[in-house]
Design a protein around this ligand. Structure first.
Ligand SMILES: NC(=O)c1ccc[n+]([C@@H]2O[C@H](COP(=O)([O-])OP(=O)(O)OC[C@H]3O[C@@H](n4cnc5c(N)ncnc54)[C@H](OP(=O)(O)O)[C@@H]3O)[C@@H](O)[C@H]2O)c1
Length: 434
């Protein structure tokens, strides 16, 4: 059999150890499919003496992981450290500069520096691969780069953060509020001790910006992803959505209508839509091609096994000599799409207002909506928030609009800005019907 592909592994946490386990467990099968064995030669992490549940005695240890790519016993570096900058980025740069391939699961780094790294990799004729960076074990990057390569992708969207999806489905099943469920998710290991990246939508935005670049052949533009997370959702929003036949899911959505549109936001998703049935920590991506039609990819978005599966698939590609452009076309050919203006986008929206419990408030809200040209399809509830939220003189007013331009809803919200009747800014969620 041909020479092994010699691998340096930086980071021995959840995913790094998963990669070692997978390469060891499926060694023979992988070698057959790759045409040669995958051999980890050297590993690195912060603490050499930390027990990791795998035997590392057969691998060399490197204290300074940044120089892994410069070693003679390394053909490709697997970066499983994390963080958009810092040591992960330094390692990526030195590895590619040294003419070695790089495999990473680091969505933050690819969202921020992917173009620079891809350009450098093209320059050096080495691979840059990051299947595990988007939707963990789901091979969606490969599907977009290869399986749907003949299509114009018109829209790509999905559930890209398992932590948020887990929290939302527990809120749905239990009727409990966000903060309560988050605490439990942290205790069970479904949410990080610092959950900000997940619950504020940043992690999903990293992944969406990568997916959009691959789907549309455009430059990664993370900075312009319109992002809001799930922190403002109340149990009552989920109950109202359910009464209307919807569930609430954090959806990342991108298309190229009038420029590059990229949004991460909780949406009301109609129960008939396949994404409405994606529960718990699962991820799912929908891609709509002009010839393929709607494709749905679903599976585990995180975890040691699924993520390692995606990492090792990238290594097998490299072992076979399949380099490919990181973002499906060479960096110099990626389009520089301007951000889409969203005002003209048509859709229905769920609007929720927390208001003072006194006469005239509902009239003030409906007047603002009327003046902005927003037509109300249904006023769902005017009930005491105290019933669900623990007392007080606040009530919740929730409604669904008829289809109309987003600019009209924005104008209504602007007209209500500063109103003494509102106890917090209105919540606007878009509706995904099909
Ligand atoms: N976990 C998942 O399910 C998942 C899914 C998809 C993508 N990812 C991505 O995969 C990457 C790794 O995630 P993970 O969950 O495996 O992380 P993790 O469990 O926190 O492991 C990180 C590893 O990096 C090492 N490390 C951190 N800082 C370092 C430094 N300055 N120098 C050397 N080593 C350093 C740590 O060393 P010590 O162990 O010695 O402290 C640890 O072994 C991240 O980019 C993450 O976003 C993770």
């Amino acid at each position: 059999m041909a020479e092994p592909l010699k691998i340096a592994l930086a980071g021995l946490g959840t995913v790094g150890v998963g990669v070692i386990r997978l390469i060891e467990a499926n060694a023979a099968l992988i070698a057959r499919r790759a045409g040669r064995p995958l051999q980890v030669t050297v590993v690195s992490a912060r603490d050499r003496n930390k027990p990791r549940g795998v035997d590392l005695s057969g691998y060399a240890w490197e204290d300074d992981m940044v120089i892994l790519g410069e070693r003679d016993d390394v053909d490709v570096v697997v970066e499983m450290v994390g963080g958009s900058d810092g040591p992960a980025l330094a390692l990526a740069r030195t590895t590619i500069e040294a003419g070695k391939g790089l495999v990473t699961a680091n969505k933050a780094m690819i969202a921020h520096h992917g173009l620079e790294l891809a350009a450098k990799a093209e320059d050096k004729h080495v691979a840059l691969k990051f299947e595990a960076a988007v939707a963990g074990g789901i091979p969606v990057i490969k599907a977009l780069r290869e399986g749907t390569a003949a299509n114009q992708i018109e829209r790509v969207y999905g559930i890209l953060n398992g932590t948020c999806n887990y929290i939302l489905t527990v809120m749905e099943d239990s009727g409990r509020d966000f903060a309560d469920v988050l605490t439990e998710a942290q205790a069970k290991g479904y949410a990080e001790a610092d959950p900000a990246f997940d619950i504020e939508g940043t992690d999903a935005a990293h992944k969406l910006s990568i997916l959009a670049a691959i789907a549309f052949g455009s430059k990664v533009d993370f900075a312009r992803v319109e992002t809001s997370g799930i922190t403002r959702l109340r149990a009552a929003d989920i109950a109202q959505a359910a009464a209307l036949g919807y569930v609430i899911r954090l959806i990342g959505m991108a298309d190229t209508g009038g420029g590059l549109f990229q949004r991460v936001q909780p949406h009301l998703v109609h129960c008939d839509h396949p994404l409405a049935h994606v529960d718990g920590a699962t991820n799912a991506v929908v891609a709509e091609g002009n010839f393929s039609g709607r494709l749905l990819f679903q599976g585990a978005g995180a975890g040691d096994g699924p993520t390692a599966s995606a990492v090792v698939a990238d290594l097998i590609d490299i072992a076979r000599g399949e380099l490919g452009a990181a973002f499906s076309v060479p960096v110099s050919e990626l389009e520089d799409l301007p951000p889409a203006a969203t005002g003209h986008r048509l859709g229905r929206a769920y609007l929720r207002f927390m208001v003072a419990d006194r006469p005239g408030v509902l009239a003030e809200i409906t007047a603002a909506l009327r003046d902005a040209g927003v037509s109300i399809e249904s006023l769902i509830q005017k009930g005491r928030a105290g019933d669900a939220e623990g007392g007080g003189s606040e009530v919740m007013v929730a409604m669904v609009t008829h289809e109309g331009p987003e600019s009209a809803v924005s104008e209504a919200i602007r007209l209500l800005d500063g109103s003494a009747s509102l106890s917090e800014p209105p919540l606007v969620l878009h509706i995904l019907d099909n």
